[in-house]
Ligand binder design. Sequence first.
Ligand SMILES: *[C@@H]1O[C@H](CO)[C@@H](O)[C@H](O)[C@H]1NC(C)=O
Ligand SMILES: *[C@@H]1O[C@H](CO)[C@@H](O)[C@H](O)[C@H]1NC(C)=O
Ligand SMILES: *[C@@H]1O[C@H](CO)[C@@H](O)[C@H](O)[C@H]1NC(C)=O
Ligand SMILES: *[C@@H]1O[C@H](CO)[C@@H](O)[C@H](O)[C@H]1NC(C)=O
Length: 652
Amino acid sequence: MDPACGVIDEPQLSLIKRIYYSARDGMAIALYTLLNDKSDAEVNYLINQKVLEDDGQRCTPLIVAARYGHIKVVRMLLDKFKPDLEQEGTVKFNGFVIEGASALWAAAGAGHLYILKTLVKAGADVNHTTKTNSTPLRAACFNGRLDIVKYLSDHQADINIPNMFNNTCLMIASYKGHLDIVNFLLDKAADPNKKANCGATALHFAAECGHSAIVYELLKYGAQMTKNVSGMTPLITAAERTREEVVEYLIKRPEVTKEEKIDAYELLGASYANDKDNYNLNMAYTYLWKAMRLRYSDTENIIHKQLGSTVKAYENWKECETIESLESIKFNPNAIHMESLAIRERILGLHNPELPHPIVFRGAIFADNARFDRCIDLWLHALKLRQLNDISIVTDLLRFAQVFSQMIHVGIDLDISQVINVLDASVTELNRNKIKIQNPNSKDDIDQCVEEMESNITTTLYILTILTKLMTLNGNSDESDLTQAHHLVHKLCALKVCLKDGQTLLHLAVNAETPVDDFHTNDVCKFPCAATAQLLIRCGADINAMDNERNTPLHVIVGYCKAISDFATLHSIIIDLIEAGAHMDTVNNRGDTPYDAVTTGVAKIILRTRTKLSLTCIAAKAVKTYDLPYRGNVPRSLESFIELHGPGLNQS
Ligand SMILES: *[C@@H]1O[C@H](CO)[C@@H](O)[C@H](O)[C@H]1NC(C)=O
Ligand SMILES: *[C@@H]1O[C@H](CO)[C@@H](O)[C@H](O)[C@H]1NC(C)=O
Ligand SMILES: *[C@@H]1O[C@H](CO)[C@@H](O)[C@H](O)[C@H]1NC(C)=O
Ligand SMILES: *[C@@H]1O[C@H](CO)[C@@H](O)[C@H](O)[C@H]1NC(C)=O
């Protein structure tokens, strides 16, 4: 066994693991026994090896012992075996994966003060940052451990190192609401006016989370009110998050102008009217009224609203401009909701990422009350805002599939153009995912994108199925709607997306095992679905695409077991596939052609009749290929058929 040459034999691998597990499980004596009889060089090698666990942690014995608080192990390792204190590993805390964590960081993150002290005394670097540039002190600020923060600071830790987003320790303590740590850091001259990359200061974070005491403290130390990259001041951030106490406090600051006060009150009221967690109609009205009063407080100088155009999704609501008009809607919840949505859009602006959430919330409430038309208008509006800002859509497309299905199931009119809008968004989203997967920033990115892609593909399939219901139901569909729908499905097929198992949309459309979301969607979407398959085929889906087992859609459908109870579906899909040119002779990984893969007598018969017909095709093709005279020699009805089989046409 020669560690230096990098070849690790089995017994040594298991020794590395035994050493690691003893450290992880706090078995100091067992660990000592494993290492005691080894040479210095061997110990030095063994002790610094990392072991990857199923949960993704990848640590040395020292890091894992620090992580789980095994002081005896840590002491013994330090005293007897001199491990490298600055080795980095990957640790997990509450589902967060931290890469590049030193043993000291792990001890700080887990809150083991005693171990932390031991490591610092042994000479561990107090400023050693993780991959995202988080210091041990930052980990303690996050967890609210003043004792650890103090100890590190007393031992020359730098309290001003920000993480990779330029987010400082003061910001994280302010965000998490740890007043004692905020005080300590400010006393140590932490700068309250540092800005993170998003333009936010510690004051923004404290205000956003409603930590009033921290807000006072920061202001006492000279924090200024500035705008973050979305143009939001701490006051506006607090109002948007319905942090009443913070709003009332900040609004009294001398630097706040009257216009800013009005905006803050209006936004606070408007946010109360549509907040998922803090919905409160009384508070909403109270603050809308306060703002309006302020507008008219100086009769010499009334501050009028600067209104833009109305928004259809908000029922084209026109905002109240006088106290009287506001008072007239006091007892009309819907009016206050719409007034509030309009106000939020005016004050926050179309590009603010906070704007859509309450719109989605209001839409969901409409859906719960079976006001689907209103729900869809609002969600489509939210969808538009998302795409305007090129942000991945939070209004889950699946929600649309659910509501659309519910409407169709209950028999409520659903406008095809709305479904087309959502299909458009799906295609955009799939395209975005595809590009991301092709140009990943990191491994995590890929894994996540691939997962999202899986569910976004099935959601898109549901939307397609819903679309087919409308295309067949209303024979009166607008011509331009249909053209647009086909155009989108063409675009979709051109993306050639598929699941991890290689199934394309067409495979999924003809597969009885395709999962269907069970919240309303399964009332409408069932697979195999002949109409969905037909739509895909017409719009250029690859008929002969193979999944990872080399099954084509034809292989899949001939395995459909409800051949008798759902004969129409089986028949229609097989015919459509074959007519569109599905090959009968491709073999899958098991060496089976579609014909071999047939599981029912019914499917077998359909295939057989089709194969015969294709003999006619072959004959027709031969006639054309060899330019045999046929006009007048064959029945007239066959002439056009033969015509179809000319070279360069259709089948060739
Ligand atoms: C940590 O950073 C502080 C401030 O920059 C510095 O004074 C101290 O020496 C550093 N400690 C170590 C161990 O590098
Ligand atoms: C982080 O802040 C420093 C100054 O505090 C600045 O020089 C640097 O450009 C900032 N980094 C980014 C990515 O904004
Ligand atoms: C600042 O802007 C971001 C968007 O860039 C916004 O989401 C956030 O809530 C605002 N407030 C804070 C404290 O960053
Ligand atoms: C795509 O799928 C992911 C994971 O289920 C989901 O969070 C996301 O909202 C989906 N995207 C859209 C646009 O529906």
